[in-house]
Design a binder for this molecule. Structure first.
Ligand code: SAM
Length: 365
């Protein structure tokens, strides 16, 4: 018997978790489920109507009912074995069946039929791109969309051609913040898909953990709001020699580094606006009696909360500074941060953000 939050499951977990499991359940994704409960509670509150169109075991939906006071959960999975597992889970966890609706069809088709959700969680194997349009349509105004992506190698630049084809953007593996570039490309894709439909999907929270990215966006409706949001889509230029970086709009693009004269690399188009809504994070940190969170979730949330106080585009790492700028001896990061007015990033343990300009940072190294 496995316990996650307040929910119990009977699934056998093989030594290697894979999409070939009869019914998929990944214990490491507890962070993904915890964060979805936290974001919805802090944003929509109790009484939310949740759609879990790729529910697998259905653990997320069960937890929404047991821990987050959801009013209703619409569960769906194309795999009939998953549906049977979910029905067992309802019984084992003594869930009120009147609060659950069960479907077994293609998620996109279902989302096109059903509308008005407070929260829709898109959690496929690999890329979420196929499901974005129907998911955006199914979220109600003021509601939230949660999008997971496990094709992080594509988004982060290991397969740039695939990224350009799938997401319409160039990644940047050469930069130390290549994972952040990946998340910004994913956000751009959702914002762009929303804008096509005259919807404004504003990112409110995101993180990278192990093999997945997760982004949460709040939906508003209206062409003008969508146009406003599109203004935060642009490019990042980056110098692989002196680590200069800058977020730019297409019309302001430069290709020579103003610090060292080297030719600049670029990533984009991508989201160059804020990654986190600080007010939401404060709400996520308020204690919630009914929620049982994993230690990893609490740790990750506190890292992101620190990081969100300096929302720069891109961050630095000690190893990139050492290697590219040939500065070898650093105090440890904790002692170094006050010197450069920096905060840690959750993307990597040796990374930091600073709002100092690049040339000012170079002076302080
Ligand atoms: N959300 C689940 C959780 O938190 O445990 C994990 C979801 S798992 C990564 C992806 C699930 O999507 C699988 O159970 C799979 O059967 C289902 N799936 C794949 N393609 C689908 C589709 N087109 N429509 C509906 N479900 C689909």
């Amino acid at each position: 018997m496995i316990q996650e939050g307040k929910a119990r499951l009977h699934i056998q977990i093989p030594s290697i978790v894979s999409s070939r499991m009869p019914v998929f359940y990944n214990p490491h994704m507890v962070i993904n489920r915890d964060m979805s409960l936290l974001v919805v509670l802090a944003s929509v509150g109790e009484g939310a109507i949740i759609c879990d169109p790729m529910g697998a075991s259905g653990i997320r939906g069960i937890r929404f009912l047991l821990e987050a006071g959801a009013k209703k959960v619409i569960y769906n999975d194309i795999n009939p074995m998953a549906v049977e597992e979910f029905k067992r889970l309802i019984k084992i966890n003594c869930v009120d069946e009147s609060k659950v609706e069960i479907y077994s069809e293609d998620a996109s088709l279902l989302l096109r039929k059903l509308r008005g959700f407070d929260y829709v969680d898109i959690d496929p194997f690999g890329s979420p791109v196929d499901f974005l349009e129907s998911a955006i349509l199914s979220v109600k105004r003021g509601g939230l969309l949660g999008v997971s992506a496990t094709d992080t190698a594509v988004l982060s630049g290991t397969y740039p051609t695939t990224c350009i084809r799938r997401y319409g953007s160039k990644p940047l593996l050469e930069a130390e913040f290549y994972h952040e570039v990946g998340i910004r490309i994913l956000i751009k894709k959702v914002v762009e898909e929303g804008a096509k439909l005259d919807c404004a999907l504003t990112p409110v929270f995101c993180y990278s953990y192990r093999h997945h990215f997760k982004v949460f966006l709040r939906k508003d409706i209206g062409a003008r709001r969508a146009d406003q949001l599109m203004r935060d889509i642009g490019y990042i230029v980056y110098c692989s020699k002196c680590l200069y970086r800058k977020a730019l709009k297409c019309e302001g693009m430069i290709n020579i580094c103003p610090i060292c004269g080297n030719e600049l690399l670029y990533a984009g188009p991508l989201w160059i606006g804020k990654l986190w809504n600080e007010e939401l994070i404060t709400g996520m940190q308020k204690p919630k009696d009914r929620l049982i969170l994993s230690k990893e979730t609490i740790k990750l949330l506190s890292k992101v909360q620190q990081e969100a106080t300096k929302q720069t585009v891109g961050f630095y790492t000690l190893s990139a500074i050492g290697e590219k700028l040939r500065i070898g001896s650093f105090p440890n990061l904790e002692k170094f941060l006050p010197l450069i007015e920096g905060v840690r990033t959750h993307f990597t343990g040796e990374g930091f953000r600073t709002t100092l300009s690049h040339s000012e940072l170079l002076k302080r190294l």
